[in-house]
Design a protein around this ligand. Structure first.
Ligand SMILES: C[S@@+](CC[C@H](N)C(=O)[O-])C[C@H]1O[C@@H](n2cnc3c(N)ncnc32)[C@H](O)[C@@H]1O
Length: 208
């Protein structure tokens, strides 16, 4: 998600550059949780599309049709829901309580049995199990972390994986974006249930 990916605030900061930026990414996602799905033209279709890519990758890389999976930056459930619908046993967490609450509601609506926790991926202290076949952090979640937080997250994630478990993450190539400075996307128009939404990137966007 472009806008959120470019916002890098000082949540649990330990670097000088972060401490001068407010609000935190946690504030950002707390406020966004109830609207997050509107970023997508059709959130359900995005869940399905992403699951259609991720689930076969997991099956191919683990050699299992069904895995124990921890989504450690689940947000409102965009991937966790698709993983559960794909037959995986899913535990999902995020540092945003509002996002986790929304994800719980969405999972319940779809009759999916997902265990949810509020947890920071730099510690994952609230997650009791340590035998996951797969841990996921998808759609730019890692870009919110400082380099030392990334190191902590890698250790925490490693501690939750079985030996030779799989970690999957997706992140935009910001170094390349800074170099290329691509044209910012113009307004996009969505229609849903008789309503019309206009999505617009507002600037200036700063890439750190
Ligand atoms: C761009 S959203 C993606 C969410 C979800 N994967 C999706 O695609 O809908 C990034 C998520 O990372 C979460 N996040 C950021 N820093 C985190 C941290 N240190 N620990 C856990 N979650 C974090 C945010 O709360 C947010 O829900």
């Amino acid at each position: 998600m472009t806008a959120s990916g470019l916002v890098r605030f000082g949540h649990q900061s330990d670097s000088p550059i972060d401490t001068i930026m407010t609000p935190t990414s946690l504030d950002f996602y707390e406020a966004l949780a109830e609207y997050y799905r509107l970023i997508f033209e059709d959130w359900d279709r995005s869940i399905e599309r992403q699951a259609g890519i991720l689930n076969p990758l997991i099956v191919k890389d683990t050699g299992r049709c069904s895995v124990n999976l921890l989504d450690c930056a689940c947000g409102i459930g965009t991937q966790a829901i698709g993983f559960a619908q794909g037959g995986h046993s899913v535990v999902a967490c995020d540092s945003s309580l509002a996002a986790v609450n929304r994800a719980k509601r969405e999972a319940r609506k779809r009759d999916l049995d997902i265990s949810f926790f509020v947890s920071n991926m730099t510690s994952l202290g609230e997650i009791p199990r340590r035998d996951f076949n797969v841990v996921a952090a998808l759609d730019n979640a890692l870009s919110h972390l400082t380099p030392s937080q990334v190191r902590k997250a890698v250790r925490a994630i490693g501690s939750k994986l079985e030996p030779h478990g799989l970690f999957i993450a997706s992140i935009r190539d910001y170094d390349n974006l800074i170099l290329q400075r691509p044209t910012v996307q113009g307004p996009v128009f969505y229609r849903e249930g008789g309503e019309r939404r206009i999505g617009c990137l507002v600037g200036p966007l700063t890439v750190f």
